[in-house]
Write a protein that binds this ligand. Structure first.
Ligand SMILES: CC(C)(COP(=O)(O)OP(=O)(O)OC[C@H]1O[C@@H](n2cnc3c(N)ncnc32)[C@H](O)[C@@H]1OP(=O)(O)O)[C@@H](O)C(=O)NCCC(=O)NCCS
Length: 183
């Protein structure tokens, strides 16, 4: 299957049943968040599993699917439907765009941005449904940018500030703009 396109992975266990609540309700009411900061906005149709930690000023847009034991620091936001697997660590200020699939055990450094469209002004039909995939155990260094539609392979390390423009599947360390294999 071309994993750049299509819906959410099926059969994923998101832990406990979703607890939905809207803007203005306190995420602290959610029994499944272990800790939760202030000014967290969770739109309708957001799901998460057990024991997630969420910092201050986090925005989770509609369609965000989170597994269990996710640690999300301050100022993280999602921009629409995306999937974040178990034990994912997302540091301060990262932006997880819609269409992003993060497999379990991934580390996302501070200020990382995943893109949803490849073209700045989305080309209808061409950019629709692009999927950006970060496979299990990958580490994305601070400030790295992932252009829409790329796949980062399992346990791959992306250096700080890299711009990923194509699939990087082979295990190793990649740096620069465009990101190239360092070792
Ligand atoms: C990519 C990284 C893992 C490489 O670490 P390393 O294996 O110890 O590599 P080195 O420091 O030995 O550097 C090797 C070469 O790559 C270059 N390099 C290292 N990191 C780079 C980066 N992010 N972008 C561009 N070049 C980089 C170095 O300048 C050096 O080049 P040279 O041989 O011409 O002097 C590391 O530099 C990095 O970027 N880590 C991410 C840190 C981060 O984001 N942490 C989040 C904390 S919350």
């Amino acid at each position: 299957m071309d994993n750049r396109r299509g819906g959410f992975p099926s059969g994923t266990d998101h832990g406990k049943p979703p607890h939905l609540f809207g803007v203005g309700e306190s995420p602290l009411d959610n029994p499944y968040f272990e800790t939760c900061g202030n000014f967290v906005i969770v739109e309708k149709d957001v799901q998460w599993g057990a024991d997630c930690k969420v910092g201050h000023f986090v925005v989770l847009k509609s369609g965000t699917r989170m597994g269990s034991r996710i640690w999300m620091a301050d100022y993280v936001c999602t921009t629409g439907p995306c999937w974040i697997g178990d034990d994912v660590n997302i540091r301060t200020g990262a932006i997880i765009s819609r269409g992003t699939f993060i497999e379990p055990g991934v580390f996302i450094g501070p200020g990382v941005i995943t893109n949803h469209t490849k073209h700045v002004l989305s080309v209808k039909g061409k950019d629709e449904g692009l999927r950006t995939v970060i496979q299990a155990g990958a580490v994305i260094g601070s400030g790295a940018k992932l252009v829409a539609g790329v796949t980062i392979g399992p346990n791959v390390i992306i250096g700080a500030g890299a711009v990923v423009t194509r699939d990087l599947l082979k295990e190793g360390i990649y740096v620069g703009n465009p990101a190239r294999r360092l070792k």
